[in-house]
Design a protein around this ligand. Sequence first.
Ligand code: C5P
Length: 221
Amino acid sequence: TSPKPLAGRKAIVTSGPTHEPIDPVRYIANRSSGRQGHAIASALARLGAEVTLVSGPVTIADPAGVKTIHVERAEDMRDAVLTALPADIAVMVAAVADWRVASASDQKIKKNPGESIPTLALTENPDILKTIGHHTLRPKLVIGFAAETQDIDSNAKNKLERKGADMIVANDVSPATGIMGGVRNRVRIVTHDGIDQWPDMAKEDVATKLAELIAERLRRG
Ligand code: C5P
């Protein structure tokens, strides 16, 4: 088989967290290093795909051979993803904040002695995976991630349906696993055909295996 089975294919990958501003100096975010998403963008590029990586704020380097777009907020990530359409493959790995502050302050909120403590009103962020999964320009393969600490399989299966995805890569991010922020990952591949448990591997190896699986699925049509 060809060493570049994804030549001529376009892929969009999201990675990292989003930062949702409270004011110019504060934000809310999910934990995410971007390691797994960046590794997937690299692996797809190595197989010949033309990859757009939409990355939230991370401390790791842009992957070689990939067009990387840097964003902060979920709404900016959604806009960048939609701008990158059409594509054959979408792999949404980012840990997008589910909520943002309803009205972020333009000025730093001051801590004045004797004044009441602020409360944050939140509003729902766009669900990028769900948007892509139901889009008129829906990529042939739409893949999401599911970081769970309980009921991993049932949550992943629900996500498959709700988000209009072809595959959910589910991992157990309970603190005891060390997966969050770590270099290794242990995932379950949930599709409409069933569930496949992969052994504990380096995040790079999960990425390579996933890129090969993507190539295989596209080859089969
Ligand atoms: O937050 P949730 O567990 O539903 O996320 C599962 C998948 O959905 C992940 O692939 C994540 O990247 C994606 N997601 C998204 N936009 C959101 C929330 C989640 O693309 N606002």
